[in-house]
Each structure stands twice: as structure tokens, then as C-alpha cells.
Design a protein around this ligand. Structure first.
Ligand code: MOS
Length: 739
């Protein structure tokens, strides 16, 4: 490679952990094997509310290989921490502390045996008798009791700006529309899994988690031990999407079982249990009120949300937050209310709030566009927010206009006829729809450590996570660029709570939080190496100006010169071979006080609807995003595309059906809960517009984990309307709603 080598950042670098993964050598939580390890399975309640009258465990205890049966009668008594919630890490859990049942699927016993098969067999031999009570399960009936959600993610649940009622009354066109979204489950390929092992009062957990530090804190709180006594290890995650952002009951149940029998215990949820008490996107009912002047300018915009939660913890799907910042409107009101049902507590699900909220808001905009006889894209441009309409701050960067322009051009939006149900190919009705995508740009404090050794290799460590998204790869790129090393001379380690701390990999914040820490630590090491060279009489760079030097492929040299350099390995070798090491902590300043920070995008969809059968196909999606500096063009586009694919599922098939009689999920498996498969996916074109944002973080990278799903369901709903003239306001848009 030449001294003029391009930076690695931004390049479509293939996953540095790709080979390990395809060779089956990347250990996921359930892959670890500890000496003496045994297996646990969770037994779940079959009623939604009541008391456990009796648990007959004699037959189970006598079954082959069984080591213990944990129930509320013999389980360890835990601290009050298990009853407190501060999401994401700590939640109100179900840890066998009493005989109360408050949702169907609640863990009521844990069976431990020498093999998984023995544990599963014995679990079937448990006999439970309940005293059922009347459960509240019907959202439609309970919604009249909806109450204020309180504060959501540090923001008020209700906002009001201007006189909305007067603006609605005076509007040239007005609409009031209600949209609903169902329960959806995350369904990562890797299920939740924990291996717990005690050594005295020290606990080691191999856990499938989006946050090793958060898991450590949560579990330490539950067992009333110092966080330093808990180690959480998680080198690989097979998808999180929010469900692994919290430590749910199974993690502590594994630890309780391990403590009880004095051996390491492995507890893996099966696919059906993934539809259990490990979080989900809750059902929402969203009412949009829009008023517009004849020219399309919004004069009133209101978004009122009711979502469901459990009876043990309040968790709100913040669907109206997006309405506070997306479009300029003279007046605005938003609200979030909650309905408590006898169900498991919902949680963060990819773009919590924005995914469900943009479905309602973007469909409502589309409906208003028809009412005004305006092109839907033109309506959005006429209400383009130059500043955040919620807090009045300027955006740190916003390339939405360019996303609209580029997306429309690549999609061929001008070929769309204005009239609904006007395009047809045989039995297929063809429609084109669009929507805006957006997600907040977040960042949390993070630390990293960089060490360059005498062999010229760099080891970078940070207690962050790679959910399958590319953290290993992107951080390796960032460190290699900063140190002037080739990719294969940098090794990045993560997923261990003993490493320098990083935040939960949620809220699309991993790169924005961790990369600045890696960069800062690497730059410290780089500066020390250069300083060593210019103060070392044996170095060819002795007494040169530090500012005139750079490092290229492990060689410290004068900028623009290929010869006369000093190899890092040789330099360290001359200094007794001691590794050069530095740590750094990186965090945001007060940029958030000055700027509103969000990523934006535009999604264009072509949908085909079978006029006789009502089946919907999506052969083509073009989406353009402004996400700051995209650090890896390959893993980044892949992640955006993955979000779009889930958006297709959200629009057309995903719904967890709950039986209102008993609170059971009747399609809690991948045969009947339909996620999109290859045959459901047509051509997806992901475009990323150049965007430089000096305010979000030193790398200018906005998060990309969640924006991909936003806007997609809205754009598909709008395309289906354009194809058929039928407006479906209730997700998913299944054929029964169209025929
Ligand atoms: Mo994401 S739903 O914040 O893991």
C-alpha cells in the first residue's frame, strides 16, 4: 500500500469476524461450555391472573437426571431491586418471589437437570393448580381507562403548542384519523440465553445481551452484591433489536438455579418462549388530527397515542415523539396514554415509537395530500421543518430535501399517476407510495483502551457489543486509521464487563458513542509513538517536528515521504519492548443544548395488489438516507436494508395474536408469526447522501440501526392505497382487510 492510501473509514470493508462466523467458531452465549454445567428450563403460567394454589413437584424431582425444581416456595428471597424498573437495564421481573400470577407465560418454576432433555421432560411432570382471577386482557374494552403515561425516556408524555382547536376549526381541510398497530415480537435468530456460574459470591454470566455493563448492574442489584462481583461476557450476539437491551427474568433465574445447586447452569429460551416475558412492541392506537391551509401548509397537527403495558410495570411506546419534530405546523399537540393489561411488559423494539409513529403520521400526511389534491412528496416539502418545531433548535444537519430528491429520482416518482387505482398490469393493481424516515441521533459516554505491542499489533478493548451489526469491523477501521496500521494489525475486543465501559447497544448509539472513545485512545497512543521517535537519537526521525510526521502501514514517517521512516515495531523494540498503552473516555459536550440531532430519510415503495385475492407484493423499494458519515459502506447499507426488510414485515404480516380469553399468544412461533422471507423481498435500493455533521460526535456518524424500519410501513400503506383506493389503517395490511 502507498503512503497515499485512502482512509479505511467509509470503505465497504468486509466483516473482520466474518470468517469466524461462517466457520462456526464465533461463540454465542449458549455455545460456552463450563465444567459441570447443567441445564435449566422455565415453566410458565397458563393463566393470566390469579394465584398459584399448589405446585406438585414430586414426579419431576424423581425423573431421571433432575437436580432441582425451583418454585416460589423454595427460591432464594431477593432484594426489592427485582421489583424496580429503570429501563433499559433493570425491569420488574418475575423471580418466583410469591404466588401471584399477573400474566400468561409468567415464569412459575425452573427445572434443572443434567441434560436439556431431562430438564424438559421433568418440566412436563410438574403439576400446577391455580386460583384464577378475572384478568384484564381486552385492549378495546380497557382503553376507556387509559391514563397519562408520565415521563417517557426523559421527555414529557404530553405537549401542546398554540391553539390547536382554533387552528383545526379554521383549517381549509381537516382530518381526524385513527391508526392501530399490533403486538410485534423481535425474533432475533439467536434466542435469549444465559449461562450462570458462581464462585463464592462472585457471579460470571455468559449472556446474550445488548449491554454487558447494564446486565452486570441489573443482576448485581437483584442479588445485592457489588457490580464488581459480577462479570458478564458476550462476544457475539445474534440480533437484539431491543429485546436484549434489558436483563429479563431468565437471566436471574439461571443465576438463582446455579446458586441453589452449586454448579454452572445454562438456560436458553426456546422459540415459543421468545414470545414470552422478554419484551415486545406493544399494541398502539394512534389518533392523528391534521388541519391544512389550501396551499398545503399544516396549521394543526395532533398525535394522541394509547399503548398497552403490563400491570407490573409501565412501559410506553413513544409513537408521537416523531410528530413533535418532523413537520412545521403552526400548532401542535401530542399525548401518550397507557392501558394496563394482564400481559408481559413490552419493551424497546427497533425504533420504538418512530417505527409505529411514522406509520400513523406518514399515512395521515398521505391522506391529507389526497384531500388537498397535492402530490404527497410536494406536501412534505411545503411543510419542511427548517428547525425542530418542538424545541425551536436548529438541526445539527438535515439532508432530508436531498433524500427526497435523490430517492424520487432513482425511484421514478414522476412516472406516478396522481389518481388512486389508476395503474394496473393484468390482475395486479399497482401503486406507488412514499414516506419520511427519521430517528434521533444519540450518544452516551464510553471508554476504550488501546495497546500497541512490540510485534506492531494493536489491541483495542471496549466493553461494547456487536449485535451482528459490525461493531468489530467498524471499530477496527477507526483504530487502524488513527494508528496508521493496516486492518489486519488491529484486533478489537468487546463484550466483557471487565473492559472499559460502554453504553447499551440500543438507541442506534454504539458507533456514535464508542468510536469517539476508540479514536481518542488511539490518538493518544499515536502521539506517544511519534514523541518516542522524535526524542530517540537512534530513530531516523530524531528531532523532527511531530506535526510533520504521520504513520502509514505501521511506519512513522514524514508526510508524503516513503523512505526514511521508523517502524513502530522497531521503535517499541528499542524501548525494551514495552507496549504503548492509553485509555480514553469520550462523551458529548453541550451540543445537544444547541442542536436538535436526528437522521432523516425518504422511502419510496412500489406495491402490487392482486385485485381478486388481496395479496400484496412489494417488488421495489428505493430509500435514501442522510445519516452523517457512514463508517462502513457495506455493513452500514446492510443494516439499513435489514431495517427496511423488517418494515415490510411490519406492514404486511407481523402480528402477535393474543387470545383475549386467557392472554396466550396463539401464534407464538415462526410458523405462524410471519416474518418476511426471501420470497417476500423484491429489489431494495439503499442510497446514502453525503452529509457532514461536525456536531454529533468527532466522527460525524449518526446511528443507522433503527432508521431503516421507520417510514417503511407508512410508505407501503400509502402505496397500497394508491394501488387500490383502499386505506388500511390497521397493521398488518393482510389480504382479509383488502378483499
Ligand atoms: Mo434498540 S429497540 O434501542 O435496541
Amino acid at each position: 500500500m502507498s503512503a497515499a492510501r485512502a482512509e479505511l473509514s467509509g470503505q465497504p470493508v468486509s466483516r473482520v469476524d466474518g470468517r469466524l462466523k461462517v466457520c462456526g467458531q464465533a461463540p454465542y452465549a449458549a455455545d460456552f461450555r463450563l465444567p459441570g454445567m447443567v441445564h435449566a428450563v422455565i415453566v410458565q403460567s397458563t393463566i393470566a391472573k390469579g394465584r398459584i394454589r399448589q405446585i406438585e413437584s414430586g414426579a419431576a424431582l424423581n425423573a431421571p437426571g433432575v437436580l432441582a425444581v425451583l418454585t416460589h416456595k423454595n427460591a432464594i428471597r431477593l432484594s426489592a431491586a427485582a421489583r424496580q424498573a429503570s429501563p433499559p437495564e433493570s425491569r420488574v421481573l418475575s423471580l418466583l418471589q410469591d404466588d401471584l400470577v399477573s400474566y400468561n407465560g409468567q415464569p412459575v418454576a425452573v427445572v434443572v437437570a443434567d441434560t436439556l432433555e431431562h430438564a424438559r421432560h421433568a418440566a412436563r411432570l410438574l403439576v400446577l393448580a391455580y386460583e384464577p382471577a378475572s384478568a384484564r386482557l381486552d385492549f378495546a374494552l380497557a382503553r376507556q381507562y387509559a391514563r397519562d403515561a408520565g415521563s417517557i425516556l426523559g421527555q414529557p408524555s404530553h405537549t401542546r403548542r398554540g391553539d390547536l382547536d382554533a387552528a383545526m376549526a379554521g383549517a381549509a381541510q381537516r382530518l381526524s384519523l385513527t391508526y392501530t398497530t399490533p403486538v410485534e415480537h423481535h425474533n432475533p435468530l439467536e434466542p435469549h440465553a444465559s449461562i450462570a456460574s458462581w464462585d463464592g459470591d462472585k457471579l460470571t454470566l455468559y449472556d446474550a445481551t445488548q449491554g454487558v455493563s447494564g446486565a452486570r448492574k441489573a443482576v448485581a442489584g437483584i442479588f445485592s452484591i457489588a457490580p464488581e462481583k459480577v462479570t458478564v461476557i458476550c462476544p457475539f450476539v445474534g440480533g437484539g433489536f431491543g429485546c436484549k437491551g434489558s436483563s429479563w427474568s431468565h437471566v436471574s433465574l439461571a443465576a438463582m438455579a446455579a446458586r441453589k445447586i452449586g454448579r454452572p447452569v445454562k438456560l436458553v429460551l426456546d422459540r415459543t418462549q421468545m414470545f414470552g416475558p422478554v419484551g415486545n412492541r406493544p399494541r398502539t392506537e394512534q389518533t392523528l388530527r391534521l388541519g391544512a391551509a389550501a396551499d398545503g401548509a399544516l396549521t394543526a397537527l395532533a398525535h394522541d397515542v394509547i399503548s398497552e403495558t403490563s400491570t407490573i410495570e409501565d412501559w410506553t411506546e413513544p409513537s408521537a415523539l416523531v410528530t413533535r419534530m418532523l413537520y412545521a405546523s403552526q400548532t401542535q399537540a401530542t399525548s401518550h396514554r397507557l392501558v394496563s393489561l394482564n400481559i408481559a411488559t413490552p419493551t424497546f423494539t427497533r425504533a420504538p415509537g418512530e417505527a409505529s409513529g411514522t406509520f400513523a403520521l406518514e399515512c395521515a400526511l398521505d391522506e391529507m395530500a389526497y384531500k388537498l389534491d397535492l402530490d404527497p412528496l410536494e406536501l412534505r416539502l411545503r411543510n419542511y421543518a427548517e428547525r425542530d418545531p418542538g424545541d425551536g433548535k436548529p438541526f445539527s444537519s438535515k439532508s432530508l430535501r436531498e433524500c427526497y430528491r435523490l430517492g424520487a429520482e432513482h425511484f421514478g416518482w414522476t412516472r406516478r399517476s396522481r389518481q388512486p387505482a389508476s395503474m394496473r398490469d393484468g390482475r395486479w393493481q399497482i401503486g406507488m407510495g412514499m414516506a419520511t424516515a427519521t430517528y434521533p441521533t444519540r450518544r452516551s459516554p464510553a471508554q476504550a483502551q488501546v495497546r500497541v505491542s512490540a510485534d506492531g499489533m494493536a489491541l483495542v478493548r471496549c466493553g461494547t457489543q456487536d449485535l451482528g451489526t459490525g461493531t468489530y469491523t467498524v471499530m477496527t477501521q477507526v483504530a487502524a486509521d488513527a494508528l496508521g496500521l493496516p486492518l489486519d494489525r488491529v484486533r478489537f475486543e468487546l463484550g466483557d464487563s471487565r473492559m472499559p465501559a460502554a453504553p447499551v447497544s440500543g438507541g442506534s448509539q454504539t458507533v456514535a458513542s464508542v468510536a469517539p472513545a476508540v479514536l481518542a485512545a488511539a490518538l493518544k497512543v499515536r502521539a506517544r509513538l511519534i514523541d518516542m521517535a522524535i526524542t530517540d537519537a537512534r530513530s531516523p526521525l530524531y528531532q523532527k517536528e511531530a506535526a510533520a510526521l504521520t504513520i502509514v502501514d505501521g511506519m512513522i514517517c514524514e508526510r508524503g515521504q516513503n523512505a526514511g521512516g521508523d517502524a513502530i515495531a522497531a521503535l517499541i523494540g528499542r524501548h525494551r519492548g514495552q507496549p504503548i498503552e492509553a485509555e480514553a473516555m469520550a462523551m458529548a459536550g453541550d451540543e445537544k443544548k444547541q442542536f436538535s440531532m436526528h437522521a432523516f430519510g425518504a422511502v419510496f415503495v412500489e406495491a402490487w395488489v392482486d385485485a381478486e385475492l388481496g395479496t400484496v407484493r412489494v417488488p421495489r423499494i428505493v430509500a435514501a438516507y442522510g445519516v452523517g458519515n457512514l463508517l462502513n459502506a457495506k455493513t452500514g447499507r446492510s443494516q439499513l436494508m435489514g431495517g427496511i426488510v423488517w418494515g415490510i414485515g411490519m406492514a404486511l404480516s407481523e402480528e402477535t395474536v393474543r387470545d383475549v380469553r386467557n392472554g396466550r399468544h396463539v401464534n407464538g412461533n415462526l410458523a405462524e408469526y410471519h416474518v418476511p422471507v426471501n420470497a417476500d423481498i423484491g429489489h431494495i435500493e439503499v442510497l446514502v447522501v453525503p452529509e457532514s455533521d461536525p456536531h454529533v460526535n468527532p466522527l460525524g456518524a449518526k446511528g443507522i440501526g433503527e432508521i431503516g424500519i421507520t417510514g417503511v410501513a407508512g410508505a407501503i400503506g400509502n402505496a397500497v392505497y394508491h394501488a387500490t383506493g383502499r386505506r388500511i389503517r390497521d397493521l398488518p395490511i393482510t389480504l382479509d382487510k383488502l378483499v
